[in-house]
Design a protein around this ligand. Structure first.
Ligand SMILES: O=C(O)C(=O)C[C@]1(C(=O)O)C=C[C@@H](O)C=C1
Length: 256
C-alpha cells in the first residue's frame, strides 16, 4: 500500500487508498465492456484450461519477474511456481502481521468475476477478439483483488486503534463478533453511492457539442459504458463482503 503504509498507517489513509482503488475498478470494467461476452475465451481447450486461465497464468509469470506480488495486497491468482523478480525490488515497510501473506480470497474473486459479474456488464455476443478480451479480464481481476486484499491494512489499523475490543473475539475465534465490530454500515452506504457516481461520470460519452445543456455527471444511465447500478451491486454483494472476509481472516491470526 502506498499512502497507508509505514508510520502513517491510519484508518483515514487506508480508506483514501480504497477510494483510489475504486477508480481502477470502474475504469477496468469500462474497458472490458468495450468487448462483448466472448464466451469461447472461457471454455476449456483440448489441453485443459481456458484461454482466460492461460493468459492470467502467463501474465502473472511476467509480472512476477518484473517484481510484482511482493506486497501483501498484490496476491497472484495462481501462486505455484511463480519466478522471483529478475531486477532488484525496493522493499516495502512491514506493517502487517507476517500471516498477512497467507490471506487470500482470489478463488472466490475468480468465481464471482466469471460466473456472476461478467454477464452483468458485458453484452451478449462474440466478436472474436479473444486475446484482447482476456487481457481486459486480467486487468479487472487484478484491480478487484488488490482492492479486496487491502482489507489486511484496514484490519491492522482497526486492531491497533482498539486492541481491547478486538482481542477477546480474536482469542475466542468468534468470527461473528469480529464481523460486527469491523462493519460500518454508514460507510458502506457511502461507498456504494460513490462507485455508482464514478461509473456515471467516468462512463459518459464525451462530445464537443453542448448537448441540451447537460452538465458533467448528468449522463443518462442507459448511455453509460457500464450501468452505474452494476457498480453499486458489485460492491454491495461481493467487493465489501470479500474485503470483510479478508479482514476477519487476518484478525483471527493477529495475536499468533
Ligand atoms: O472502511 C472500513 O472500515 C472498511 O472496513 C472497509 C469496508 C469496505 O469494504 O469498503 C468494509 C467494511 C466496513 O463496513 C466499511 C467499509
Amino acid at each position: 500500500m502506498d499512502s497507508g503504509g509505514g508510520e502513517q498507517l491510519s484508518l483515514a489513509a487506508v480508506r483514501d487508498q480504497l477510494i483510489r482503488e475504486e477508480d481502477s475498478i470502474v475504469f477496468a470494467l469500462i474497458e472490458r465492456a468495450k468487448r462483448p461476452r466472448n464466451t469461447p475465451a472461457y471454455s476449456a481447450a483440448a489441453g485443459g484450461g481456458s484461454l482466460a486461465e492461460f493468459f492470467v497464468r502467463e501474465a502473472q509469470v511476467l509480472h512476477a519477474k518484473a517484481g510484482h506480488y511482493q506486497k501483501p495486497e498484490d496476491v497472484p491468482f495462481f501462486s505455484q511456481d511463480l519466478p522471483p523478480p529478475v531486477f532488484p525490488t525496493k522493499g516495502h515497510p512491514k506493517v502487517l502481521h507476517p500471516f498477512a501473506s497467507s490471506v487470500c480470497v482470489n478463488d472466490a474473486i475468480w468465481k464471482m468475476y466469471f460466473n456472476e459479474l461478467l454477464p452483468l456488464f458485458t453484452a451478449d455476443g462474440d466478436d472474436g477478439n479473444y486475446a484482447e478480451t482476456v487481457a481486459l479480464d486480467f486487468a479487472c481481476l487484478q484491480a478487484l483483488s488488490r482492492r479486496i486484499h487491502c482489507g489486511k491494512y484496514v484490519a491492522e489499523v482497526k486492531f491497533r486503534d482498539a486492541p481491547q475490543d478486538y482481542s477477546p473475539p480474536i482469542r475466542a475465534k468468534d468470527t461473528n463478533a469480529l464481523m460486527n465490530l469491523l462493519t460500518f454500515t454508514a460507510v458502506e452506504e457511502k461507498v456504494k453511492k460513490r462507485v455508482e457516481k464514478k461509473a456515471r461520470i467516468f462512463g459518459q460519452i464525451v462530445t464537443l457539442e453542448d448537448s441540451a445543456g447537460k452538465q458533467d455527471g448528468d449522463a443518462c444511465d442507459s448511455h453509460c459504458k457500464v450501468d452505474p447500478k452494476v457498480l453499486s451491486k458489485l460492491y454491495d454483494m461481493w467487493v465489501m463482503p470479500l474485503t470483510k472476509d479478508v479482514e476477519v481472516e487476518y484478525l483471527l491470526r493477529r495475536l499468533d
